[in-house]
Design a protein around this ligand. Structure first.
Ligand code: ATP
Ligand code: MG
Length: 569
């Protein structure tokens, strides 16, 4: 491609709203432009990267034996009613009305649509196992679209769905997909970790997230350097190094009510009372199988909901709504506390070791200070329910866990029968008995892979693409467009590369050499060939590797083989 003939708009500055490097560089290098909040247009360079990622995914999916389909983005309300998700999905599901006033959802994910297809087409165990996948546009009205394509409202996903006759076969399918994901992320040149994860609104029993390690990641993960255990912080198991309580020597002070007007969050209350978050106790009202329960957790800790659910042997737990909170505490959200609370109280063991704690007074605009367990309230149970914190140890081998931030690029779930039961997708087994299909689902965000790759591969001058997903492999830069000799040689080299089917970009634009060099670094094409005075004089061609800045000077006749060997590095 000749750059003078195409659309390659680069920018010196990134828009103010771009907070992370991938967002900034994707705009500056001319990969995409914003259309509206969380909605972007891909320019030619960006779209080529998406297509590269798409092809890698498609190849690896096909290798597993999965078949590609294309489901519609629009799906009727009735289908979502059958699974119960028309309600549950909430405002993240975009909804539109047709001219007959019928409602449709714009697919954020496709469990319903695929299950509907399969319940119509699959009747017998002989048709199983079956795995279908698609690569398609998804819509989610994210509450906070941000970081460019990292959290967009319209994005591209590969979603696969497996159908099996039993759990054993699902296990095999899950493993096959897990391995395909490893191949995909390896081929995309990402440094990542697969971690145990929560299943969230998609549902199911077991799931793993594939996390690209990056400072800017929105997820927090822990892993063990010794045995490889890895999990999302919100569900990680751990062994406590031993509770560091303040001991019995700390004197219990007198309980006191203090005015905290408008102060609700840990940040607000600690700022106002000039104390530390670890002196505060969050009284969180949960619904445990429908019954309100107070969970006490230290101000600087979070709740491991999965652990809580397991320890309480509950089917379902969730934070209570504001109405319930008012009803059980007598105060609005932000002022709940354990003293004189009429519902069951479960304290985290770190809370049980505290003295003179601060929590809500169950009265609007008031908190209590110097609360002491047993004297001022009784805990019905003391359990280890906080989420993992630095210092905690690996649940498998007791090594100190390592914390990191991650960008979730892929997610695999064992769904079981959640959707097949709701939508009555059954098959007849060997004995002729009707049974619900056992499902798994597997998603990968294409745009997020692209952004995550930039987060991991860039420098102060711009992007450094791994060649597997680079929009072009080689960029030829003509230093002086007015110099006929340079132009002629560049054309010659350009044509020879094209003939060899090496993806090449020729920067023949009428720009200052300095601007072209800057753009070349910004766009991050793995190899740059510079054609200037020196090239003509010495009859040697200069190839610069973007990643290492290393320069190779070679004879024209060796050019193609050198390029090939450099790209395979
Ligand atoms: P998150 O927790 O980041 O919102 P999710 O758990 O909702 O992600 P899934 O439903 O598992 O995501 O979707 C599969 C994949 O789709 C994710 O791993 C991610 O790569 C991608 N993805 C999800 N939401 C977005 C989004 N808003 N913008 C871009 N990619 C997304
Ligand atoms: Mg999400």
């Amino acid at each position: 491609m000749r750059m003078s003939k195409g659309l390659f708009p680069t920018l010196k500055e990134a828009p103010k709203e771009a907070k992370i490097v991938s967002h900034k560089l994707m705009i500056r290098a001319g990969l995409m432009r914003k259309l509206a909040s969380g909605i972007y247009t891909y320019l030619p360079l960006g779209y080529r990267v998406i297509r590269k990622i798409e092809n890698i995914i498609r190849e690896e999916m096909n290798k597993t034996g999965a078949q590609e389909v294309l489901l519609s983005a629009l799906s009727p309300q009735e289908l979502w009613e059958e699974s119960g998700r028309w309600e549950v999905y909430g405002p993240e599901l975009m909804r539109i009305k047709d001219r007959h006033n019928r409602l449709f959802g714009l697919g954020p994910t496709h469990e319903e649509v695929i299950t509907d297809l399969v319940r119509r087409e699959v009747k017998s165990y002989k048709q199983l196992p079956l795995t279908l996948y698609q690569i398609q546009t998804k819509f989610r009205d994210e509450i906070r679209p941000r970081f460019g394509m990292m959290r967009a409202r319209e994005f591209h996903m590969k979603d696969a769905y497996s159908f099996d006759k039993d759990e054993k076969d699902l296990g095999k399918n899950y493993k096959r997909m897990y391995e395909a994901y490893q191949n995909i992320f390896d081929r995309c040149g990402l440094r990542y970790k697969a971690v145990e994860a929560d299943t969230g609104p998609i549902g199911g029993d077991i799931s793993h997230e594939f996390m690209v390690l990056a400072k800017t990641g929105e997820d927090r993960i822990v892993y063990c350097r010794k045995c490889g255990y890895a999990a999302n912080v919100n569900r990680a198991e751990y062994v406590k190094p031993g509770v560091k309580g303040q001991g019995s020597r700390v004197k219990e002070k007198g309980l006191k009510k203090v005015k905290t007007p408008g102060m609700k969050t840990v940040e607000e209350v600690t700022g106002f009372l000039k104390c530390k978050p670890k002196e505060l106790v969050k009284t969180l009202i949960y619904k445990v199988d429908g019954i309100p329960v107070a969970i006490l957790i230290r101000g600087d800790h979070g709740v491991n909901e999965r652990r809580l659910e397991k320890l309480l042997k509950a089917k379902e737990i969730s934070l209570a709504d504001e109405k319930t909170i008012e009803k059980v505490t007598g105060a609005p959200l932000g002022y709940s506390g354990p003293v004189r609370l009429k519902i069951k109280i479960i304290a985290d063991s770190d809370v049980a070791a505290m003295k003179n704690m601060i929590s809500g007074a169950n009265k609007k605009d008031y908190h209590l200070i110097n609360i002491n367990i047993d004297r001022d309230f009784k805990a019905d149970k003391v359990l280890d329910i906080r989420s993992v914190i630095p210092g905690d140890r690996c649940p498998k081998c007791k090594t100190k866990l390592t914390f990191s931030r991650g960008i979730e690029v892929g997610h695999v779930f064992k769904l079981g029968t959640k959707y097949s039961q709701a939508l009555k997708a059954t098959f007849s087994d060997e004995k002729g008995k009707e049974r619900p299909l056992i499902m798994g689902c597997y998603g990968i965000g294409l745009d997020r892979i692209m952004a995550a790759s930039i987060e991991q591969n860039h420098d102060g001058n711009g992007i450094i693409w791994p060649s597997s997903i680079a929009p072009y492999q080689v960029l030829i830069l003509v230093v002086n467009n007015q110099d006929k000799k340079q132009v002629k040689l560049a054309e010659e080299v350009y044509k020879s590369l094209e003939k060899e089917e090496i993806e090449v970009l020729l920067d023949d634009r009428d720009l200052r050499a300095g601007a072209k060099f800057k753009d070349a670094d910004l766009m991050g094409i793995p190899l740059r060939i510079t054609i200037g005075n020196k090239t003509i004089k010495e009859n040697r061609i200069e190839i610069k590797i973007r990643k290492t800045n290393k320069i190779h000077e070679i004879n024209k006749k060796d050019l193609i083989s050198k390029i090939r060997s450099l790209l395979e590095m």
